[in-house]
Ligand binder design. Structure first.
Ligand code: SAH
Ligand code: SF4
Ligand code: F3S
Length: 468
C-alpha cells in the first residue's frame, strides 16, 4: 500500500508551494507510529531527534512501546564490540514482533549501519532498512522503497549536506536543554577508533545555520545548548562573510542570544584546545565550567602508538592553562586501558596522570579491537590484565568523583531545573558543573535557573535546598 497520497491520481499535479514543496504531498492515510532506540554518544541522541522530525513530516508519531510501532529504528553505536553486539541481540528480540505484524518495518541507523551495511541484513533478515549517519534525510524515501518490498541499504557519504534537508527536530514536550550538532566526522584517525570510518571526514556547519537553529531552540524555551561534534573544538564553520569561525567565536556569538543562558560543548580533542577557546572560558559567563577532554592514556609510548599526537606532559600543561583561565573548571576525561603494547609501566603512567589532573568525572574502557582500525591487528593485552587495570583505574576515578562531589557540599550553585524528581515535590536539574542536583522545589521553577545550596553528596548526584 502506498502511504504517499501525493502519488495517486486524486491529487492534481499542482506546482508545489515554494517553501515546503517537498513535504506537500506526504500526508498519510492513517497515523503511524515510530519507536526509536538510541545507543552511543550524544550525537546519536541529536540524530534521533532529527529523524523523528523527518518522520513526523510523513505522519509518524513517536511511541515508546515497540509493540505498537509500525516502524522500529535502532540508532546504533560501533565504538566498542559490546555496543555493536547489543544491536544484534536487540534485533533478535524484535524479530517476533514482525511475525505478529507483517507490515512492521525495522531499520538500523547510525554507526553500526555505516560499518556493517549489507552484513546486517544477512545476519538478521528481519531488517528492512539500513541507513548510515550521513543519509538520514533520505529516510522517508528509503522507507517507501522498503514498503514496496525492497531491502534497502544506504551507506553513501553523499555530496549534499544532510542538515540542509532534515526538518527541525520535533521533540515531545518542552525542553530546557538541547543538543546542537555543529561539527561532525573526524580526520584524526586514532589507531583504536572507528569514528573516522563511520562518520566520515570532519565537517563544520556554517555559522548562520548554527545561529538560526540556536535562536529557534531558544524561542521554543531552551535555555542551555550543548554544541556537539566528534571533535567539536576543531570547529571551523564558514562565517557570514566567507571567513571561517573558530568554536570560541561561535560561542561568543551564541552568548549574544537573549534567553540563552548556558553554553556547553563536547567532545574536545586536546590538540584543538586553542587559546581563544581557553580565553572564552575566562571571559564568557555563559560558557559553563565543565570540560570533557579525553586523554586516553598517560604514557607517551602508548599515546604515540594511539596516534594521539600529543604527550602526557602536553596534556598536563594544557589543563594547567585551562585552570589558570577558569580555576573552578571541572575536568572530565576518557581513558582506554589495555591498548596493544600497554605494559605495567605504561598503565602506571596513566594512573599518575589521573592523580595529577584530578577529574570530577570520567569514562574508562577496556580496549576493544575494532575491525578496520590499525590497532586491531596488533598483539593484544590479555583480557584478565585489561580487567584488572580497568578496576584499578575506575576505583581511583570513582574516588576523585566522590571527592569533587563532597567538595560541593555547603557551596551555592545555580541549578537549571529540567525535570521532576523521583519523589513528589522534587525537581532535578544541573549545576554549572553538570552535577545532577535534586531539590525540593515548586513545579513552577521548572525551566528556571535558581540558586541552590548543596546539602549532601549521593552516589551519582547531589541534593540541595533552595536559597531563600
Ligand atoms: N572524539 C572523541 C571521542 C570519541 S569516542 C575524542 O577524540 O576524544 C569516545 C571514547 O570511546 C573515546 O574517547 C575512547 O576513550 C573510547 N573508545 C574509542 N574507541 C575505543 C575502542 N576501540 N576501545 C575502547 N574504547 C574506545
Ligand atoms: Fe576517534 Fe580519535 Fe577522532 Fe576522537 S579524535 S573521534 S578518538 S579518531
Ligand atoms: Fe558510537 Fe558512532 Fe557516537 S560509534 S560513540 S554512535 S559517533
Amino acid at each position: 500500500m502506498a502511504a504517499d497520497g501525493g502519488m495517486t491520481a486524486r491529487q492534481p499535479a499542482a506546482a508545489p508551494k515554494a517553501a515546503d514543496g517537498a513535504r506537500e504531498d506526504t500526508a498519510p492515510r492513517r497515523e503511524r507510529r515510530v519507536f526509536i532506540r538510541t545507543y552511543g554518544c550524544q550525537m546519536n541522541v541529536y540524530d534521533s531527534e532529527r529523524m523523528l522530525g523527518a518522520l513526523a513530516a510523513r505522519g509518524y508519531a513517536p511511541t515508546d512501546r515497540p509493540e505498537e510501532a509500525d516502524l522500529i529504528l535502532l540508532n546504533t553505536c560501533h565504538i566498542r564490540e559490546k555496543a555493536a553486539e547489543k544491536v544484534y541481540s536487540e534485533l533478535g528480540r524484535l524479530k517476533p514482533l514482525k511475525a505478529a505484524k507483517p507490515d512492521l518495518k525495522i531499520g538500523v541507523a547510525g554507526c553500526v549501519a555505516q560499518a556493517e551495511g549489507e552484513e546486517i541484513v544477512r545476519r538478521q533478515p528481519a531488517v528492512d532498512v539500513v541507513v548510515g549517519p550521513q543519509t538520514y534525510h533520505r529516510l522517508p524515501e528509503l522507507l517507501m522503497r522498503a514498503e514496496a518490498g525492497e531491502k534497502v541499504v544506504e551507506t553513501e557519504f553523499p555530496a549534499e549536506d544532510k542538515f540542509d534537508h532534515l526538518p527541525a527536530a520535533t521533540p515531545a514536550g518542552r525542553r530546557v536543554s538541547a543538543f546542537l550538532t555543529v561539527q561532525e566526522g573526524c580526520d584524526k584517525f586514532c589507531a583504536f577508533c572507528v569514528v573516522p570510518y563511520t562518520r566520515g571526514a570532519e565537517l563544520s556547519r556554517p555559522v548562520e545555520k548554527v545561529l538560526a537553529e540556536a535562536r529557534r531552540l531558544v524561542a521554543e524555551g531552551v535555555r542551555e545548548i550543548t554544541l556537539l561534534g566528534q571533535n567539536v573544538n576543531a570547529y571551523h564553520g564558514a562565517g557570514p562573510n566567507g571567513r571561517d569561525w573558530s568554536l570560541a567565536r561561535l560561542v561568543l556569538a551564541l552568548a549574544e542570544i537573549d534567553g540563552l543562558d548556558r553554553i556547553r560543548y563536547t567532545t574536545s580533542h586536546p590538540n584543538d584546545m586553542s587559546d581563544d577557546l581557553i580565553a572564552a572560558h575566562r571571559d564568557c559567563d555563559k560558557l559553563m565550567p565543565y570540560l570533557h577532554l579525553p586523554v586516553q592514556s598517560g604514557s607517551d609510548r602508548i599515546l604515540r602508538a594511539m596516534n594521539r599526537r600529543h604527550s602526557a606532559d602536553d596534556y598536563l600543561r594544557l589543563v594547567e592553562r585551562i585552570r589558570a583561565a577558569r580555576p573552578d573548571m571541572l575536568m572530565s576525561g576518557d581513558f582506554i586501558v589495555g591498548f596493544p603494547g600497554e605494559s605495567d609501566a605504561d598503565f602506571a603512567a596513566t594512573m599518575a596522570l589521573v592523580e595529577k589532573v584530578g577529574y570530577g568525572q570520567a569514562f574508562s574502557f577496556k580496549y576493544s579491537p575494532r575491525p578496520g582500525t590499525p590497532a586491531a591487528g596488533r598483539e593484544q593485552v590479555p583480557e584478565a590484565v585489561k580487567a584488572e587495570r580497568l578496576a584499578a583505574l575506575q576505583a581511583v576515578l570513582a574516588e576523585q568523583q566522590r571527592r569533587a562531589q563532597e567538595a560541593m557540599v555547603g557551596r551555592r550553585v545555580k541549578v537549571l531545573f529540567e525535570r521532576p524528581g523521583r519523589l513528589a515535590g522534587q525537581l532535578v536539574g544541573r549545576s554549572e558543573y553538570l552535577h545532577a542536583v535534586h531539590v525540593e522545589a515548586p513545579a513552577a521553577l521548572m525551566g528556571e535557573i535558581v540558586e541552590v545550596e548543596i546539602t549532601r553528596s549521593e552516589s551519582h548526584s547531589l541534593a540541595g535546598r533552595l536559597v531563600a
